[in-house]
Ligand binder design. Structure first.
Ligand code: UDP
Ligand code: MG
Length: 316
């Protein structure tokens, strides 16, 4: 029997935690009773620098029941970093690690499916939602469009998979070798390789509290996904540059011919339009390149992705 850790990033989740803890207590106890996982298995809540009572609640859960343990980051670092902190800490104690959100949107019964795939020898099992009925029409459309864009950019990503997945210790150790600080885990994990599979589940609506991913965060996460995993946008700009250069040569020949035929060009429209079009394109190009230079800047600094303040498991 393997020791399983559930890693759950929590940011201001005081409303959700008691509900989540109760549901997970039921699930983990059942799995332990059925001898599907070892009794030393734990639920590890990672407090991502919450401003509310999240950490106090985690400490209380830990005091009352050894099933629960906690990790406190020194400050808010965002979902992806909190998740990574949890994975890297959990691998010290666990054989297999399941990551999920605190809001119970991911069906906890899919864990049985994960364990079956594990028994078949999988090192990574991706939770894939079967439908997006609980999402708003807007979120569904943007998400689907986004997966298509990512695919076009050559990013290998599992369709409709968020960060609900099971990884073996071996897979997490391999992931640790990826030194990048700009994290987009769902795009990085497939690069690890190993025998993998998917388990589908129905995604529910958030039960309490509100989404910690407002539109602004979602957009920057989306850009992060593309720029962290693909350099196609830069190639696209280069191609565009070549094309425009080619067009300008044709235009030059055309204007010279017209000029020598004695017809003076009266159209200032062309001039103005091309100035604006080219100016816009150049700004866009510089912006995209700047985005990547910003990334390089952050990567060369190699700042720690997270700093752990307390690990309740270590204190025991
Ligand atoms: N989260 C986090 N740090 C943050 C923002 C979110 O650890 O800065 C956690 C949050 O507590 C939750 C998970 O990330 O467990 C996913 O967030 P949420 O459910 O709000 O996102 P949504 O499902 O709306 O995309
Ligand atoms: Mg959610």
């Amino acid at each position: 029997m393997e020791v399983m850790y559930l890693v759950i990033p929590c940011y201001n989740e005081e409303e959700m935690l008691p509900i989540t803890a109760k549901a997970l207590y039921g699930k983990m106890s059942a799995l332990i009773a059925e001898k599907k996982i070892a009794p030393e298995s734990r639920v590890m809540f990672v407090d991502d620098g919450s401003a509310d009572k999240t950490w106090q609640l985690i400490e209380k859960l830990h005091r009352e029941n050894r099933l629960f343990t906690g990790l406190k980051l020194s400050r808010n670092k965002g979902h992806q970093n909190a998740l990574l902190a949890g994975l890297m800490t959990a691998k010290k104690y666990a054989d297999i690690i399941v990551s999920m959100d605190a809001d119970l949107q991911d069906d906890i019964n899919a864990i049985d499916g994960f364990l079956e795939k594990r028994a078949e020898g999988c090192e990574i099992v991706y939770g894939v939602r079967s439908s997006r009925e609980t999402d708003t029409g807007f979120k569904r459309m943007t998400a689907q469009g986004y997966y298509k864009i990512l695919a076009a950019m050559g990013v290998e990503i599992t369709y409709n998979h968020a960060d609900y997945r099971m990884m073996s210790r071996r897979a997490v150790e391999a992931l640790e070798e990826f030194k990048e600080v700009n994290l987009f885990l769902r795009g990085m994990v497939p690069m690890v390789g190993f025998k993998s599979d998917i388990v589908t589940y129905e995604r529910a609506a958030r039960q309490a509290g509100e989404s910690k991913y407002p539109l602004k965060k979602m957009l920057s996460f989306a850009v992060e996904g593309i720029t962290s995993l693909s350099i196609k946008p830069i190639r696209f700009i280069t191609a565009l540059g070549f094309m425009i250069f080619f067009v300008s040569i044709i235009m030059l020949i055309y204007f010279l011919t017209v000029h020598f035929m004695g017809k003076t060009v009266a159209g200032w429209t062309t001039t103005v339009v091309s100035v604006w079009a080219l100016g816009g394109l150049q700004l866009l190009a510089i912006g995209v390149i700047g985005e990547y230079i910003g990334k390089i800047y952050l990567e060369t600094k190699a700042r720690p992705k997270y700093i752990i303040e307390t690990d309740l498991e270590e204190d025991n």
